[in-house]
Ligand binder design. Structure first.
Ligand SMILES: Nc1ncnc2c1ncn2[C@@H]1O[C@H](COP(=O)(O)OP(=O)(O)O)[C@@H](O)[C@H]1O
Ligand SMILES: [Mg+2]
Length: 458
């Protein structure tokens, strides 16, 4: 009987570790900004691509020296990712055959039909993992949170499971199955609609499972969804900023009944400033309001309007907006689509599309006021259809005919409106997304898809 190897039931001899914890105030990086979409490296490396740069070899040697015992369990192969909070290495699992490996879905698939001879061969071949070395500057609470959420989501389809985790002194590593994928930058310019259906079916199946556990991922973006177009399968990674819904909630105006919200607005400091004849954009001389604090962790360009407006009761729907930004990127062939320097800039970028009226209403929904004196923003904004046509260079033809989207693009845009809905209550949920005609068509297009989903579901 082989040993089970999960993060909380590890039976193998533990690595030696220190018991003193790094003081949190020394260790915490006060950053809620995950790496920008262009700053993170996340390149595809497969077993044929094992050429290691000298600087990476040095880095891996330093890691092996500092993390006593790691090289007995894993053979480091290459560095495959460098994010804001971690460095990720591809490694061969040297103890694969000593453990049960329920996480290995490829093996599960092949073993179903394999002869005893093939099974013996399988056990001799190399098995790869991704070792995520979490920077020591992350607080212990943050590290524990990531590992705990991953453990809770271990049986969720299309979520990269945690195999195990180790600590050596102040250094923590998470061990995940290695998932071969392609860099988003290699395919976003030419992904076709049928492939988009597969991509989002996979992503929303993962998100539905995560949201069912009332967990917000908070950092949905291409580098955190590792997609393999050949297998039409992706896995969600990086729960470093994830949180349980309800953490630190304070009442936000968006959860009030409409009448109550109207009453509060009518009696707000802002309303009084207006009544006293000031310009709408004027500030009260003595502002007695306390400043608002809300979790705004995430990546610029992917934050939902309510995150930017500091809603204090953010829920799982923030992830749906971010997924919408990925779809907008694919349909417009522009990456990154939004590229703001800060949250105000980000709100203005969204205003360019949705117009002033919608943004004002959205701000009020969360008890905030949105004003801008930039004349170029229109009141009603632009349709997503128009934006996609502009970005893909489809203008009027020689006869002056207006360009149109193709039928399958129109369906994608209708789906996109559900995701890029500024009001979180009206925004599509992951479950609704899976059942939307745009994604339901996955099964019509691909006979084998059913079997694949069953397999990943376990
Ligand atoms: N299981 C995995 N298989 C293959 N590559 C991975 C895996 N996990 C992470 N990576 C690579 O490492 C990068 C950073 O990992 P991530 O968990 O997002 O860390 P960070 O919190 O630093 O952003 C990913 O974008 C991806 O390229
Ligand atoms: Mg990441």
């Amino acid at each position: 009987m082989k040993k089970a190897r999960t993060a909380l039931q590890r039976t193998a001899e533990p690595l030696s570790y220190h018991t003193t914890m790094v003081k949190e105030e020394q260790a915490e990086v006060l950053s809620d900004e995950s790496g920008g979409p262009l700053e993170e490296s996340g390149h595809t490396v497969d077993s044929s691509d094992e050429e290691v740069e000298d600087s990476v070899a040095d880095d891996m040697a330093r890691f092996e020296d500092s993390f006593v015992g790691i090289n007995k369990r894993y053979r480091l192969i290459n560095r495959i990712g460098e994010g804001t909070f971690s460095t990720v290495y591809k490694a061969e699992d040297l103890e694969y055959n000593d453990y049960q490996n329920r996480w290995d879905i490829d093996e599960r698939d092949e073993s179903k039909w394999a002869s005893p001879k093939t099974l013996r061969k399988q056990s001799r071949r190399a098995h790869y993992v991704a070792i995520k070395k979490i920077y020591v500057t992350s607080s212990p609470i943050r590290i524990f949170n990531e590992l705990e959420l991953l453990h809770d989501l271990r049986d969720s389809p299309f979520v990269c499971p945690l195999i195990t985790a180790f600590r050596h002194m102040d250094q923590v590593v998470a061990v995940l199955p290695y998932f071969q994928h392609r860099d988003f930058r290699e395919y976003y310019r030419d992904m076709r609609i049928p492939e988009m259906r597969l991509y989002f079916h996979s992503l929303f199946t993962a998100l539905r499972a995560v949201h069912q556990e009332r967990i917000l991922h908070r950092d949905i973006k291409p580098t955190n969804f590792l997609y393999n177009p050949e297998q039409a399968r992706g896995v969600l990674v990086d729960f470093g900023l994830a949180e349980r819904e309800g953490t630190d909630w304070h009442q936000c105006a968006c959860t009030l009944a409409t009448e109550e919200r109207r009453y509060r607005i009518a009696h707000s400091v802002y309303a009084q400033t207006q009544q006293s004849g000031h310009q709408p954009s004027a500030y009260p001389k003595n502002d007695t309001r306390s400043s608002r604090r809300a979790n705004r962790a995430g990546t610029r360009g992917f934050r939902a309007p309510e995150v930017l407006l500091k809603c204090t009761q953010q829920n799982t729907s923030i992830d749906m907006w971010s997924a919408g930004v990925i779809l907008l990127t694919l349909l417009t062939r522009r990456f990154p689509f939004f590229h703001s320097a800060d949250d105000i800039d980000a709100l203005l970028e969204i205003t360019t599309i949705f117009g002033r009226k919608k943004m004002k209403d959205t701000a009020i929904l969360h008890g905030q006021v949105f004003e801008t004196n930039i004349p170029s923003y229109s009141e009603g904004g632009h349709s997503l259809e128009k934006i996609i046509l502009w970005c893909t260079g489809r203008t009027k033809d020689d006869k002056g005919n207006k360009p149109e989207l193709q039928d399958d693009e129109k369906q994608a845009v209708q789906f996109l409106y559900g995701l890029l809905e500024v009001d979180p209550v009206k925004r599509m949920t992951a479950d609704e997304a899976i059942n939307h005609p745009f994604l339901a068509k996955v099964y019509e297009d691909n006979d084998e898809y059913d079997d694949m989903v069953d397999l990943v579901d376990g």
